[in-house]
Design a protein around this ligand. Structure first.
Ligand code: KIV
Length: 279
């Protein structure tokens, strides 16, 4: 049963920023109303990640996400949450061209969903975009390290920070994102020591995924965390439940009962004598 939705005030980006070196920040992705309802009481931040393109829509990469898709899922998560800080991902193609393009897209996301902040991938290459969005009063979460939107360019999902050159680039990127005004930074798929050192260097909270337990917070993709992912599950995921089996078993029992006419039973139909009109 989903808890009743009640919160005096939502957690905001400034609250998240103040949690630097404090109690770890709990983040999960969410894409739908019911899942947002179930998670809202337990997390500090819900990310409507562009991973929705893969997780819910079956695309091979996050490049299948569009601004319209992100807005529709952002609206659903806002309807299903009252307490968590909701951040919506800017999909590939919606911000890279210029600061003006990035700001126009971020404005659409905020205006059409009512979410608290946007997230975009990249370091020094998108610092101008981050600065423009922040200057317009829209909080931004950064995302460096393994950047799923660049996976085709990178030739696969590769762990970052293994070479001295790449490590230096990650430090430079993290510092550029902070300087541009982001309130927090996702660090994905890096060597552990790099995420630990970035967390030490930066004054904004770092949110790790496949990064380090030293990060100021952690995030996982909800379907991975509850064991619903049917394709490859990354090494950094811990499954806290195994819902694949639960769903598949329920479907098998339902199918058997429909075929044997055991379902619907007397409790699931409306006999003409019951007088009850409510479904
Ligand atoms: O899109 C997403 O779900 C993300 C998280 C994995 C951080 O960016």
């Amino acid at each position: 049963m989903a808890p009743e939705m009640s919160a005096d005030v939502r957690i905001g980006p400034d609250d998240i920023r103040r949690r630097k070196r404090g109690v770890p920040i709990v983040c999960l992705t969410a894409y739908t109303y019911p899942v947002a309802r179930l998670l809202d009481d337990h997390v500090d931040l819900l990310l409507v990640g562009d991973s929705v393109a893969m997780v819910l829509h079956g695309h091979k990469t996050t490049l299948g996400a569009s601004l319209e898709m992100m807005i529709a899922h952002g609206q659903a998560v806002m309807r299903g949450s009252a307490k968590a800080c909701v951040v919506v991902d800017m999909p590939a193609g919606s911000y890279e061209t210029s600061a003006a393009q990035a700001l126009a897209s971020a404005r659409r996301v905020i205006d059409e969903t009512g979410c608290q902040a946007v997230k975009l991938e990249g370091g020094i290459d998108v610092a101008e975009q981050i600065a423009a969005i922040v200057a317009a009063g829209i909080p931004v979460m950064g995302h460096i390290g393994l950047q799923p939107q660049s996976v085709e360019k990178d030739g696969g999902y590769k762990i970052k920070g293994r070479t001295e050159e790449n490590m230096v680039a990650l430090f430079r990127d993290g510092e550029a994102v902070e300087k541009a005004g982001a309130f927090s930074l996702v660090i994905e798929g890096t060597v552990e020591t790099v995420a630990t050192e970035l967390t030490r260097r930066l004054s904004i909270p770092t949110i790790g995924i496949g990064a380090s337990a030293d990060c100021d917070g952690q995030i996982l993709v909800i379907d991975d965390m509850v064991g619903l992912t049917v394709d490859r599950v990354p090494k950094f995921v811990k499954e806290y439940a195994e819902l694949r089996g639960v769903v598949s078993d329920a479907a098998a029992r339902y199918a058997a009962e429909v075929r044997s006419r055991a379902f619907p039973g007397p409790d699931h139909v409306f006999p003409s004598t019951s007088g009850k009109d409510k479904a």
